[in-house]
Design a protein around this ligand. Structure first.
Ligand SMILES: O=C(O)COP(=O)(O)O
Ligand SMILES: [Mg+2]
Length: 222
């Protein structure tokens, strides 16, 4: 019997790529570098600042300019967390459906708290989500199972009766390591982790409505 559904944030609940990519382009402009299209930056947004600096500047954390550029990028992003960010099509209806079914849902993201908390507020999800676990809430971030296990404690649900939904290989790895059922979404950022059919997810969906349909046939009222 399903007890709860936990979601990744970037690339799963919310399309944060326009603000992350937009922030990267502001930084590129300030540094006198050429702009990148959102289509180019989009797959890298799954890896947060590290991915965007790799895409925009071709640098990794070992590079001497990395810390300075990462700090600047995060300052810029903090000022435009939700200018263009919105829930993916079908997410609002899915969350309504979960609540109608009496299933609690929560957020487990690798985004840091200082960005997650205001963004969740601006997306009007704060009163609805049963937990917000960020990349720095627990000692380790995904692909460690710790954040998901922490969320299960907060929701008082058993991992084996919980779905974890995400758009990156590390989401599926974390969910499986926590003992959850896992769902991979193909509409997110996917990253560079190879075909999602090979991630080992229990279910793959192309649109949030497919999860609603799956839950309607599997979930029981609490
Ligand atoms: O900001 C990140 O590092 C990625 O965030 P996510 O875990 O919600 O996809
Ligand atoms: Mg994601």
């Amino acid at each position: 019997m399903l007890e709860a559904v936990l979601f990744d944030l970037d690339g799963t609940l919310a399309d944060t790529a326009p603000d992350l990519g937009g922030s990267a382009n502001i930084l590129l402009l300030q540094e006198g570098r050429p702009q990148q299209s959102l289509a180019t930056l989009r797959p890298y947004t799954s890896q947060g600042v590290r991915g965007l600096l790799r895409a925009g500047f071709g640098i990794d954390p070992q590079h001497p300019d990395y810390d300075r550029l990462a700090r600047r990028f995060l300052e810029i992003y903090a000022g435009r967390l939700c200018d263009e960010t919105q829930l993916f099509d079908g997410v609002a209806a899915l969350l309504d459906e979960l609540e109608n079914m009496g299933l609690g849902w929560g957020i487990v993201t690798n985004k840091r708290m200082r960005f997650t908390d205001p963004l969740v507020e601006m997306l009007a999800l704060s009163p609805r989500t049963r937990c917000v676990v960020s990349g720095d809430t627990t000692a380790e971030a995904k692909p460690s199972p710790l954040p998901i296990l922490h969320a299960c404690q907060l929701l008082a649900c058993r991992p084996e009766n919980t779905l974890y939904v995400g758009d990156d290989l590390r989401d599926i790895q974390a969910g499986r390591a926590a003992g959850c059922l896992t769902v991979a979404v193909s509409y997110g950022y996917l990253g560079d982790s190879g075909p999602l059919e090979q991630w080992g997810a229990d279910l793959i969906i192309d649109h949030p409505s497919e999860l609603a349909a799956y839950l309607a046939s599997h979930a029981r009222r609490k």
